[in-house]
Ligand binder design. Structure first.
Ligand SMILES: [Zn+2]
Length: 185
């Protein structure tokens, strides 16, 4: 990420949500230590997964869960249409896979990387799984629950708070969705 691009990301984030700005600032220092580069690498993997969406008409969204060693322990695609399941969002699929693998509902010290801002249901699941960090790409202006419409992940009234790093590879993540919806029209 170039400095100019980073500045635009921070500016953009500031407009969206002041907490996002704080987190982006934190991410900047992380960047100096390779943090943001790691997030970008993970988002590239998530984008590749999202592009593998089956021809079921499912919106191409992917979620990956990484443990503290950086190992991928959960992979999810949105499969609401495929499974005829309203809860089969990418995040839920990835969280279930990781919980099964780890043998615990408690997914501490993990990072969830999603191509799209989570909805209220997924934000709720993230809190329930005690996931401490969420990295997402595109904003969901209509249903996002991490700063767009609601901010469930950072609601002061709730006991568990999540660090949110928003807008990682935002343009590519948004483009994938735009292409999908344009093709559907
Ligand atoms: Zn969701």
């Amino acid at each position: 990420m170039e400095v100019g691009e980073y500045a635009r990301t921070v500016m953009h984030a500031t407009i969206r949500h002041k907490m996002t700005y704080v987190n982006s600032f934190r991410a900047f220092w992380g960047y100096r230590e390779g943090g943001v580069r790691e997030y970008e690498k993970w988002m590239t993997e998530a984008l590749a997964e999202a592009k593998l969406a089956p021809a079921t008409g499912d919106v191409p969204v992917a979620a990956l869960l990484f443990d503290e060693a950086g190992e991928r322990i959960g992979t999810g695609h949105n499969q609401r249409e495929l499974a005829a399941d309203p809860t089969a969002h990418a995040e839920i699929v990835a969280i279930r896979e990781a919980a099964n693998r780890v043998g615990s509902w408690h997914l501490e010290n993990t990072t969830l990387v999603i191509t799209l801002e989570p909805c209220t249901m997924c934000a709720g699941a993230i809190l329930q799984a005690r996931i401490p960090r969420v990295v997402f790409g595109a904003w969901d202006e209509k249903a996002g629950a991490a700063g767009s419409v609601l901010d469930v992940l950072r609601d002061r009234r709730l006991p568990h708070k999540v660090e949110v790093i928003a807008g990682v590879k935002e343009a590519e993540c948004a483009e994938l969705l735009t292409e999908f919806f344009n093709a559907k029209r």
